[in-house]
Design a protein around this ligand. Structure first.
Ligand SMILES: [Fe+2]
Length: 222
């Protein structure tokens, strides 16, 4: 589904690699684009893909929980977004627009958290820091109880490492994402990312991040 794993074989190889890295639960986050599917259609496509995968996953590999990377769309706060949250939680993985954010767009994040009661995780905030305006808005959003999920690759690459670490320190609830799509160009990589966090920000910081991840999975981030 989406631009992720091309086949079941690759999915199994990714799960195998993740198991060796100490991962014991995987959230599958195909993109949700409102222009491509309505929410029920997206969920039934995702259910069908997950059913095929689950039939092939041996019990010793990490279980896969359905979720979504929800691309911002206008008036999203008026929809029931629960089917797009990490299953069994109110945790919503939100991808903001790849442009200078408008006040309306950042206000929507505020509404999703404070009025709708979602636990919002902003995914890869580092990809939006291309403008001073977005950096300023991110700083304002740091006043909200949000998860900020930085992608491991941003920590592994020198040009983006400083920014990734800075954002993790700025985040109300820092989280780490693998962004894994396959086992070649975008492989599972959490172990390497965790090692950088441990060495640059310390073991206590890493432990706090693990607690944040557990809280996000339990629906208790806020
Ligand atoms: Fe994304």
């Amino acid at each position: 589904m989406d631009d992720g794993s091309p086949d079941t074989e690759t999915s199994l190889a990714m799960l195998q690699r993740q198991a060796t890295e100490g991962v014991d639960l995987v959230c599958a986050t195909p993109h949700y684009y409102c222009r491509q599917n309505d929410i029920p259609t997206f969920c039934s496509r995702r259910d069908a893909a997950l059913e095929r995968l689950r039939a092939a996953v041996p019990v010793q590999l990490p279980p896969v929980v359905p979720a979504a990377e929800v691309s911002y769309f206008p008036q999203m706060e008026e929809q029931d977004l629960m089917p797009l949250c990490i299953q069994g939680t109110r945790t919503l993985m939100l991808e903001m627009p790849f442009s200078d954010w408008t006040d309306l767009q950042t206000e929507t994040v505020v509404t999703l958290v404070l009025d709708c009661g979602y636990q919002v995780v902003l995914v890869h905030p580092e990809r939006f820091c291309f403008s001073g305006s977005n950096r300023y808005k991110l700083k304002r959003l740091a006043e909200l109880p949000l998860g900020w999920q930085v992608n491991t690759k941003s920590l592994l690459c020198w040009p983006t490492r400083h920014l990734a670490l800075e954002l993790l320190e700025m985040a109300p609830y820092p989280l780490l994402g693998s962004d894994c799509h396959n086992i070649t160009s975008r492989p599972p990589n959490l172990k390497a990312g965790r090692e950088i966090i441990r060495s640059k920000l310390g073991m206590d910081f890493l432990k706090q991040m693990d607690e944040n991840a557990e809280a996000a999975m339990d629906g208790l981030l806020v």
